[in-house]
Design a protein around this ligand. Structure first.
Ligand SMILES: [Zn+2]
Length: 130
C-alpha cells in the first residue's frame, strides 16, 4: 500500500493551482512567508523518472510561480530547490520548493552540511559529455 502523503493526503482545498502534471500547495513548514511546493500528480521519486514533456510542464510552472511572487511580494529573488531519491522526507514524493528570498534573509547562512570527499575531477570530466 502506498503511504505517500502527497498521493494520499492532499485535499482539493489545499491546491492553489495546478497544471496537467503538477499541483501547487503551501509548504506546511514554510521557511519564508509564501513558501510554495510544486508536487507532481504522479508518484515520481526522482527527476530522472520524468519525461521531457513532464519536465517542460514543471519548468513552465516554476517560471509562472516566480513571476507571480515577483508581482505580489517585494522580493529580491526566488530560490527553487528540488530533492531526489531517498534524501526526501519519508512518505513524500518528488516536489519542488519555491521560496521567496530577500538579500538579508540568511537563507544559506543556516545550512549546516556534513561535507563528503567527492571526486570533483571525475564530475568535471563527465559534465563535458552531457
Ligand atoms: Zn506519492
Amino acid at each position: 500500500m502506498n503511504k505517500c502523503i502527497f498521493c494520499q493526503q492532499i485535499k482539493s482545498e489545499q491546491i492553489l493551482s495546478e497544471t496537467e502534471h503538477f499541483m501547487v500547495i503551501f509548504d506546511i513548514n514554510p521557511v519564508q512567508t509564501g513558501h510554495l511546493l510544486i508536487v507532481s500528480k504522479k508518484h515520481y521519486m526522482d527527476i530522472r523518472e520524468m519525461s521531457d514533456e513532464v519536465l517542460f510542464d514543471l519548468v513552465k510552472l516554476e517560471k509562472n510561480l516566480v513571476s507571480k511572487i515577483y508581482d505580489i511580494f517585494e522580493v529580491d529573488g526566488v530560490t527553487i530547490a528540488q530533492n531526489n531519491g531517498s534524501i526526501m522526507d519519508i512518505g513524500t514524493h518528488c516536489h519542488v520548493h519555491v521560496i521567496p528570498r530577500y538579500k538579508n534573509d540568511g537563507f544559506w547562512d543556516n545550512q549546516k552540511v556534513v561535507h563528503h570527499e567527492n571526486d570533483i575531477l571525475k564530475l568535471k570530466e563527465n559534465l563535458l559529455k552531457i
